[in-house]
Design a protein around this ligand. Structure first.
Ligand SMILES: Cc1ncc(COP(=O)(O)O)c(C=O)c1O
Length: 386
């Protein structure tokens, strides 16, 4: 059997291991390096060496980039010091002054902030679109100068899924590059490159690293698109420290069991929440009552443990009481770590097509605790507002 033909959840156990070149040690060594010495003057002039400088690649970073590329069945990947930095590299690889970019209205807030507040300053025309747009209406948004479409599926906080196969078909007709944020699904959930997307950005801060202690992101792509991304990444000096890469590698090996646990628990918690009298809606793409469940079933192998719900209660004091009563859910940003987190979503400033206006959305990141305990914690907190 060829290890390269295994499915991603098996591949994450073996990819990037080279014990034969590393004294039998399976994990790639952690090289701390800025200077890398050339064997002689000619080799420096001709740059005929594997590694030249810490920022542009070490055996540690190369092993990780190659591993992510192998998992996504791509030609290469770059590392960035955060998921946001990865999105910035990906976007700047495909826009220039005079370009038009189409962005899903549900894109992650800080990515949206960069798109809205930076791109116009370099002459890029920005347009947001309703994330559930049908492919037959999508072509009407594409202009002569549209150079990039930026998806995120599911979207941040509101969890709309996008029909990536249909939308990318339209993009290909007009020769427009597409990028998606795949942080929620990870490679275990879906491979957008196989659904027609040109490049994937992922915040490795979340499930890949998985222990709430590292910031890192990456962009993964095939062929010429990857070359363009690599060039942009080098122009912008993107890299990550070896200890963080080591932790991301370590996290990757156990991502399958962590993601499965978090996902399965989130379904139990979502189900319980959906039956609470104070709850109007639960937004989890892997539940039958989610409007995009058909897409989830078609495109995803597994989901994540991050979802939101809408409270009937709008009184902020009562919402604070509910959140503050929780003992197992920390109040904090990020997700994909071992611990459960809760966050109130404020969508007013970050949506153009805001059908969620005046709604009180609460986002839960389900960690590795037992779902029964999480439900018991939620039950006692709901009593505060019942
Ligand atoms: C969907 C999504 N994409 C990207 C990011 C950015 O990742 P990072 O925090 O590593 O910059 C986040 C962070 O929360 C996110 O939720």
């Amino acid at each position: 059997m060829n290890k390269k033909n295994t499915i991603p959840s098996t591949k994450i156990t073996h990819s990037g291991l080279k014990p034969k070149t590393n004294f039998g040690i399976p994990n790639p060594p952690v090289y701390h390096a800025s200077t890398i010495l050339y064997p002689n003057s000619k080799s420096r002039r001709e740059k005929k060496v594997k590694f030249q400088y810490g920022r542009t690649g070490t055996p540690t970073s190369r092993a990780f980039c190659d591993t992510m590329a192998e998992l996504y069945n791509a030609d290469g990947s770059i590392i960035a010091p955060s998921g946001l930095a990865a999105a910035v590299v990906g976007i700047l690889s495909f826009v220039k002054s005079g370009s038009h970019i189409l962005v899903a209205d549900s894109a992650y807030g800080s990515t949206r902030n960069f798109i809205t507040n930076f791109l116009p300053s370099i002459g890029v025309n920005v347009e947001f679109y309703e994330p559930r747009i049908k492919s037959q209406n999508f072509n009407k948004l594409i202009k002569n100068n549209t150079s990039l479409i930026y998806f995120e599926s599911p979207g941040s906080h509101t969890f709309e899924l996008q029909d990536l196969p249909s939308l990318t078909k339209v993009a290909k007709i007009y020769n427009v590059t597409t990028i998606t944020d795949n942080t929620w699904a990870t490679i275990l959930g879906q491979n957008p490159l196989d659904l027609g997307v040109d490049a994937v950005i992922e915040s490795y801060t979340k499930y890949v690293t998985g222990h709430s202690d590292v910031m890192m992101g990456g962009v993964i792509a095939r062929g010429k698109k990857f070359k363009q991304i690599k060039k942009q990444s080098e122009l912008m000096g993107q890299c990550s420290g070896p200890d963080d890469i080591y932790l991301a590698f370590r996290g990757l090996r156990t991502m399958k069991v962590r993601l499965e646990k978090s996902f399965n628990s989130s379904l139990k918690v979502a189900d319980w929440i959906s039956n609470q009298p104070k709850v109007i809606n639960v937004f989890h793409p892997a539940t039958k009552y989610h409007p995009d469940f058909k897409i989830f079933k078609r495109d995803f192998n597994i989901g994540a443990g991050l979802f939101s719900f809408e409270l009937k209660e709008k009184n902020l004091k009562k919402i604070d009481k509910f959140i503050d009563a929780l003992k197992l859910f920390g109040i904090g940003a990020s997700w994909g770590g071992f611990e459960s987190l809760i966050l109130e979503a404020d969508l007013d400033k970050i949506r153009k097509f805001n059908t969620f206006q005046n709604r009180k959305l609460i986002r839960l990141a389900i960690g590795l605790e037992e779902p029964e305990d999480l439900i018991a914690d939620l039950r006692q907190a709901f009593k505060e507002i019942n």
